[in-house]
Design a protein around this ligand. Structure first.
Ligand code: 1GP
Length: 251
């Protein structure tokens, strides 16, 4: 599919990109317009949250889609209820770091017929929660423990298992608002072991943290909270990414 080719192109070319995560639980339909999505210059919009049930989910996604123009809008669902025909694609996630069957396979079973009926590009994604042991929103929603940043080997083994199960993307998430982002060693080891498109997010709230994640091998950074708190960070990160992608082009 088209969206997978964009991810694969990032992986193969070394170019970097950014996704803006919009949590429909925090943003109402009437607030979408003032977010400035159309002039944001991000590469992707992710929509989703760890809240199970979000009222007006479809309305929020279609309002985002209307603002996004050519920017692909990709669902990042926290449950089977977070589906919308208005998006371009869906990260079909399995929470591989956890041991809760509900988020390994049950939510996916509940949603599969609906996903089939929707005209969405489905992106099979190995989703790993990795941090210093903070129990944030993903933990509370999923009732699973994160893989510890210090346990690099377990993180790599888990990501590799996802690859061998046929998952095309790997998403390392420290959890929204996490004080400790994903360990750079986890990012670099997984990048070389899996050798495929790598998405990294969670707690990336300074330009330094973003640079570290990019240098470690992340192809795509996901920023959520930080954009709401400090809109200038988004501009800085986009500058960084442009500099990197530009220097890549002239080489
Ligand atoms: C969480 O990776 C995302 O699922 C983004 O996290 O809100 O901390 O940027 P933040």
């Amino acid at each position: 599919g088209k969206i997978f080719e964009l991810f694969q192109d990032l992986h193969l070319s070394g170019r970097k990109a950014i996704a803006w995560l919009i949590d429909p639980d925090k943003v109402g339909v009437d607030e979408i317009k003032r977010l400035g999505i159309s002039r944001s210059q991000v590469d992707f919009i992710f929509v989703g949250g760890s809240q199970m049930q979000v009222d007006f989910f479809d309305e929020v996604v279609s309002a985002i889609k209307a603002e996004a123009g050519k920017i692909p809008v990709i669902l990042f669902p926290g449950s089977h209820a977070q589906l919308s025909q208005s998006a371009d694609g869906i990260l079909f996630l399995s929470l591989l770091s956890g041991r809760n069957p509900r988020f390994l396979i049950e939510e996916q079973v509940k949603s599969s017929r609906q996903v089939e009926a929707m005209d969405l590009e489905v992106l099979a994604t190995a989703y790993l929660l990795v941090n210093d042991g903070q129990l944030g929103s993903v933990h509370y929603a999923s009732d699973t423990l994160p893989i510890l940043n210090s346990n690099v080997e377990l993180a790599v083994e888990t990501a590799l298992a996802g690859k061998y199960l046929g998952m095309k993307l790997t998403y390392l998430d420290a959890g929204s608002g996490s004080p400790s982002p994903v360990n750079p060693a986890v990012i670099s080891e997984i990048k070389s072991a899996v050798n495929g498109p790598l998405i990294v997010g969670g707690g990336l709230d300074t330009i330094e943290k973003c640079k570290v994640a990019l240098d470690s091998g992340a192809d795509l950074l996901v920023l959520g909270n930080a954009i709401e708190k400090d809109p200038s960070l988004l501009a800085e990160v986009l500058d960084q990414i442009q500099i990197r992608n530009f220097s890549l082009n002239v080489n």
